[in-house]
Design a protein around this ligand. Structure first.
Ligand code: GTP
Ligand code: GTP
Ligand code: MG
Ligand code: MG
Lengths: 292, 281
């Protein structure tokens, strides 16, 4: 465990009266290694330890009886801060028609997340409508219809093989006419190097006013979290993230990477396959998890 | 890699970053760097271009394996051969089943796809469409049916109808879910009871965007499903899938196939040399 590793390392050096900047730098290297093991991106991890170095070589660590613990405390506080400090409320209000657009890589958990969000807000008194815009994946529309019915919410009816932009326009009009207060659009998974698919989602994003554009990210994502998040944010523009499969045992360093490179808050945590298993994202819980 | 430049510490630092960014992890990257330093010393490589070629060689050697995806011997009476597809949620299992099924059909084999994911919304519908696209037989199930009984029924059908190969799709599951790993263990035992050990190939499907957690996946899935190899998917994206190097180093488990897209033809046999070139490219 990181705390023990650092305590042992510092004890060895302090014993020789040698707790100094060199020792702290070794501690920071251990911390960088721990962050890399937790899937934090290489550049993000380096930037992180560089940023805390000043505090790390300050009195609170050097003069402490437990310098390892002190260093961990600095790391933990900085992680919590970088992850957003506190849970964030999404941009949803009663009295208007709110719209969410969900996008992300293949298999990240978007379709399931759409239904979870719908159930969550139905409980808060909203009237959600799910809109299937994935016309590619076999049985994707059926999947959204099934989870929509499990959540007890309406799913916009479309035929197979439509065009996402046209479906979006029809669904928007339908939602307005019928007075839905939350419209959630599910899109197909896509890779960021597929120009055609990226152009599609850019077109969808530009078409309407969205209260939230959520990037759905799998919590077991490794170094690629930076590339993917950057590309989606720069090309499409996202307003929030949903981190999925947190009921697994991945450390989830991707959370730090995504937040660091986009500045966008992680708003929800998906913690299971069930539709009830959606929670607000808690920076302090995530920091503890990343540190292992 | 840079043009004619000395193989110095700054070069090794650069390479360390490149290796870690492929997702092979800090420890394995250190091991690879050690191997590289040895090779550079042994071959007297004095410029970075040459060192980079050596790096590709080192990684290619580490990844290479004689193991291939099972192809049934149609002359053998030992029918059917079974491929068991396992992996965490969303990794690409169902899609791989469709891709493999078509490949086997094109070889003239009689294929049965078995839908043992009776849990997830529209999972059976999704796999059924892939079976239709691959033009192979399909063993469906009722939603909520016991996965092992579906497998049992599928294998009995394959034996009586003379299928050469059965491809079993399973539900996505996270390796820390004890009940789901027990369920997978039961599926494996169901196959073991009906099929000879060397007629079974158990595969772990890993998304190439996965980080260090894939090592735990390989370990735990290995315990219950007795894995023979890995299928690495979504390599057409930006991720490198370097975690497979860590898995090969730690557990000896080889990559057999690579998914490079979402259409039925987007599956290619793993080529260690080609992959290690692209890893560093
Ligand atoms: N354990 C767990 N599984 C999840 C979670 N969220 C989604 N899943 C599962 O992950 C798999 C993929 O979910 P989908 O909702 O189909 O993902 P998607 O992003 O819509 O996939 P594409 O449309 O193909 O890009 C399914 O098996 C889901 O049940 C979660 O928080 N925990
Ligand atoms: N780009 C790309 N997408 C892929 C590849 N393989 C699978 N996919 C996509 O990944 C998503 C998930 O694929 P599935 O086959 O449903 O994955 P799964 O493992 O069966 O998912 P669960 O059964 O829910 O656990 C789908 O959108 C697929 O089209 C690949 O090699 N490249
Ligand atoms: Mg989907
Ligand atoms: Mg599946």
């Amino acid at each position: 465990r990181l705390t023990e590793t650092l305590q042992t390392a510092f004890k060895k050096l302090r014993g020789k009266g040698l707790l100094n900047e060199k020792a702290v730098d070794e501690g920071l290297r251990e911390i960088r290694r721990a962050l890399l093991d937790a899937d934090v991106n290489f550049k993000v991890a380096k930037k992180f330890t560089d940023n805390i170095r000043e505090r790390a070589v300050g009195e609170e660590v050097m003069k402490s009886l437990t310098p390892g613990q002190q260093l961990i405390k600095i790391v933990r506080d900085e992680l919590v801060h970088l992850l957003g400090d506190t849970a964030v409320e999404p941009n949803v209000e009663k009295g208007r028609m709110n719209q969410f657009l969900l996008l992300g890589l293949q298999g990240s958990g978007k379709t399931t997340a759409c239904a979870k969000l719908a159930l969550n807000y139905k409980k808060d008194g909203y009237r959600p409508l799910l809109v299937p815009l994935d016309v590619y994946r076999p049985a994707a529309i059926k999947q959204l219809e099934v989870v929509g019915s499990q959540a007890g919410v309406d799913v916009f009816k479309i035929e197979e093989g439509g065009i996402p932009l046209e479906i979006m326009r029809q669904a928007y009009q339908f939602a307005k006419d019928k007075g839905y207060s939350l419209v959630i659009y599910d899109t197909a998974g896509r890779t960021t190097v597929d120009d055609e698919m990226m152009n599609e989602v850019i077109g969808l994003r530009k078409e309407l006013q969205f209260e939230e554009v959520f990037l759905v990210i799998d919590s077991m994502t490794g170094q690629d979290a930076v590339t993917t998040a950057t590309k989606f944010n720069e090309s499409v523009g996202i307003t929030g993230c949903i981190l999925t499969k947190l009921d697994g045992d991945a450390r989830g360093g991707a959370a730090l990477s995504v937040r660091d490179v986009t500045g966008v808050p992680i708003i929800f945590a998906s913690v299971g396959e069930g539709l009830k298993q959606l929670e607000p994202f808690h920076p302090d819980r995530m920091a503890g998890r990343i540190l292992g | 890699a840079a043009a004619r430049k000395g193989v110095d510490d700054s070069f090794y630092d650069e390479i360390q970053q490149v290796l870690i960014e492929t997702d092979m992890g800090y420890e394995v990257a250190e091991e690879v760097l050690k191997m590289l330093r040895r090779e550079v010393g042994a071959r007297g490589a004095d410029d970075t271009a040459e060192a980079c070629d050596l790096l590709v060689e080192v990684i290619g050697r580490t990844l290479s394996s004689p193991v291939k995806t099972l192809v049934p011997d149609v002359s053998s009476p030992n029918k059917p051969v079974v491929i068991l597809m396992t992996g965490v949620n969303g990794s690409g299992k169902t899609t791989v089943c469709g891709k493999l099924a078509k490949r086997y059909r094109l070889l003239g084999l009689k294929v049965l796809i078995v839908a043992s994911d009776t849990f997830r919304a529209a999972a059976i519908d999704q796999l059924k469409i892939w079976a239709e696209r691959a033009e192979v037989d399909f063993q469906g199930a009722k939603e909520g049916a016991d996965p092992s009984s579906v497998v049992y029924d599928g294998l009995s059908r394959a034996k009586s109808e003379g299928h050469d190969i059965v491809i079993i799709d399973t539900a996505g599951r996270l390796q820390n879910k004890v009940n789901l790993m027990n369920e997978l263990g039961k599926i494996r035992r169901t196959v073991d009871k009906q099929i000879e050990p060397d007629a079974i190939q158990s595969l772990l499907v890993i998304d190439s965007t996965t980080g260090q957690n894939a090592i735990t996946q390989a370990e735990v899935f290995g315990e219950v499903a007795k894995l023979d190899g890995i299928i690495l998917t979504k390599l057409d994206g930006t991720a490198r899938g370097g975690i497979v190097l860590a898995i090969k180093q730690r557990m000896g488990l080889p990559v057999l196939e690579v998914g490079v897209g979402e259409t039925i033809n987007d599956l290619v046999p793993f080529d260690a040399a080609e992959y290690s070139r692209s890893l560093l490219g």
